[in-house]
Design a protein around this ligand. Structure first.
Ligand SMILES: Cc1cc2nc3c(=O)[nH]c(=O)nc-3n(C[C@H](O)[C@H](O)[C@H](O)COP(=O)(O)O)c2cc1C
Length: 172
């Protein structure tokens, strides 16, 4: 099974700590990590190139920091550009049917904020629904998400443990 990480972080080699740690651990485990902001700094996503990569991938890991209860903007641009009619959906659009997707999210806030009674009054599961709902058109199969909350205060030790758990999660 071919697994690839599609990383959507605007500055993974600069300000990132959490996503950098997760991505480095995946790379070190031999998993290809594609830095989409580096590939498309001007947001001109190459649909055909991305489709070719997706066609040779069985498990698609979409990794990103949570920004405003959603993703960084390039992930949306990537979806809108790459998931074309006749390729991703429609009667002849079957390229993604049965492929697996794992969402891998980092959050600045702690897990206690993402509960109905917590600060944000909404769960991470609910916030991820719009991403997962692309399954109805595409036939993608969403597996359990990997969620790393509390990254604003995470210790180096806990981050390393999370990175290890991430590799296990996306390779199991
Ligand atoms: C523009 C922006 C929006 C953010 N919105 C959220 C948010 O909605 N919820 C949250 O928990 N953290 C939010 N954060 C914090 C990031 O999720 C956090 O810094 C990130 O997951 C840490 O990963 P990194 O070290 O790889 O950058 C936001 C950060 C930025 C820069």
């Amino acid at each position: 099974m071919t697994t690839k990480v599609f990383l959507f972080h605007p500055n993974v080699n600069g300000q990132s700590r959490a996503n950098k740690a997760l991505a480095d651990a995946a790379s070190q485990a031999g998993i290809e990590v594609r830095d989409l902001y580096n590939l498309y700094p001007d947001f001109a996503v190459d649909a055909k190139a991305e489709q070719a990569v997706l066609e040779e991938t069985d498990r698609i890991v979409l990794q990103f920091p949570m920004y405003w209860y959603s993703s960084p903007a390039l992930l949306k641009q990537w979806e809108d550009t790459v998931l074309e009619y006749g390729w991703a959906y429609g009667s002849t659009g079957t390229a993604l049917q049965g492929k697996e997707v794992i969402l891998a999210i980092t959050q600045g806030a702690g897990a206690d904020a993402y509960t109905p009674e917590g600060r944000f009054q909404i769960t991470t599961e609910e916030l991820l629904k719009p991403f997962e709902s692309i399954r109805f058109y595409t036939g993608l199969v969403f597996k359990d998400a990997f969620v790393l909350p509390g990254t604003l205060n995470i210790s180096d030790e806990d981050l390393q443990a999370a990175a290890k758990a991430y590799v296990t999660h996306i390779t199991k």
